[in-house]
Design a protein around this ligand. Structure first.
Ligand SMILES: C[S@@+](CC[C@H](N)C(=O)[O-])C[C@H]1O[C@@H](n2cnc3c(N)ncnc32)[C@H](O)[C@@H]1O
Length: 294
């Protein structure tokens, strides 16, 4: 008879001890809810366990129970929290994700914003990717705006990407991506803005050209913070695919704080699945999931 397959973390006596107790899971869920705003209902326990096992191995711990002790020991939390945040956040992103927003930016929002600033010579448009993950959204914005600026010659732009995870922010600064991730970038933009790495034996990668990297800055920001230390004359804020992880009250607080950073006439863009959240605050909806500060 074939032997049943035993997972590596399963004890030989058949008792699988590499789990978080319900109590430890709840402590972690409460901590993440408070610090990051992300909801972790009991149904997420398996996912959290799976992601934390990598951390258990990196720390050389015996299992998830030992991890909980490590996390909640005196002085343990401050050092471990950034890793825990990396483990529980979902960083999925893409170049040209939800592409209608970039078309709208190019054809409608930028012309309208420049119209409002008619008297100024080459105004500086400020764009903020407020949950930037590894930077695919920020560099998509940079590609679209660089092409437009080269056609119109009547504006400059600067892009800020912020996120709570230092790991993804470092990737944004490095600006190196697996080739398959840039597949949605139109060929002409690929030619202008991507450099191909030629390192034998490694998976094919591309890097964003320095001229574009210079226009994008990354900084750490927890959207749960009571105040955001950034400019208050931003033209467009992209806040896509992050609110879904937050409680309703936090969603509205985050939106209100971000609106304070928009100049009048500026735009807030949410993910398509988050459009309804935007309708709770007093802004003019101009397209699905796109709102204008009046
Ligand atoms: C799914 S990604 C979305 C990336 C990009 N906006 C997009 O739509 O492709 C969500 C990002 O939100 C970040 N995030 C989660 N909670 C956050 C918080 N409290 N403050 C700032 N960023 C947060 C995560 O680290 C993650 O990189």
């Amino acid at each position: 008879m074939p032997q049943p397959i035993r997972k590596l973390d399963q004890r030989s006596d058949g008792v699988d001890d590499d789990h978080l107790s319900l109590r430890d899971f709840q402590r972690i869920a409460d901590l993440i809810g408070e610090e990051v705003g992300i909801k972790l209902p009991p149904a997420k326990r398996l996912m959290v366990e799976g992601r934390l096992r990598k951390r258990v191995r990196a720390l050389g711990l015996r299992g998830l129970d030992a991890y909980s002790v490590h996390l909640f020991q005196r002085d343990g939390l401050a050092a471990e929290l950034p890793h825990l945040i990396d483990a529980v956040t979902t960083n999925k992103t893409d170049f040209f994700r939800e592409p209608e927003h970039f078309d709208l930016l190019e054809h409608r929002l930028v012309p309208a914003l420049l119209d409002l600033r008619r008297g100024e010579r080459q105004p500086l448009l400020k764009i903020w990717s407020a949950a930037s993950s590894t930077g695919a959204e920020a560099y998509t914005l940079a590609m679209v705006l660089a092409d437009l600026a080269a056609q119109r010659h009547d504006f400059r732009f600067a892009i800020l990407g912020t996120d709570i995870s230092n790991t993804v922010l470092r990737q944004g600064v490095r600006a190196v991506y697996p080739t398959e991730l840039v597949a949605p970038v139109p060929p002409a933009k690929q030619q202008r803005y991507l450099m191909h790495a030629r390192r034998p034996g490694t998976r094919p990668e591309v890097r964003i050209v320095p001229e574009l990297r210079r226009l994008v800055r990354f900084a750490h920001l927890n959207l749960m913070d009571a105040a955001y230390p950034f400019d208050r004359d931003v033209d467009v804020i992209f806040l896509r695919n992050v609110l879904i992880y937050f409680e309703k009250a936090d969603q509205e607080r985050v939106i209100r704080r971000l609106i304070d950073h928009l100049r009048p006439g500026g735009y807030l863009i949410l993910g398509h699945s988050e459009s309804m959240i935007g309708t709770a605050v007093a802004m003019r909806q101009i397209a699905p999931s796109v709102f204008q500060k009046t």
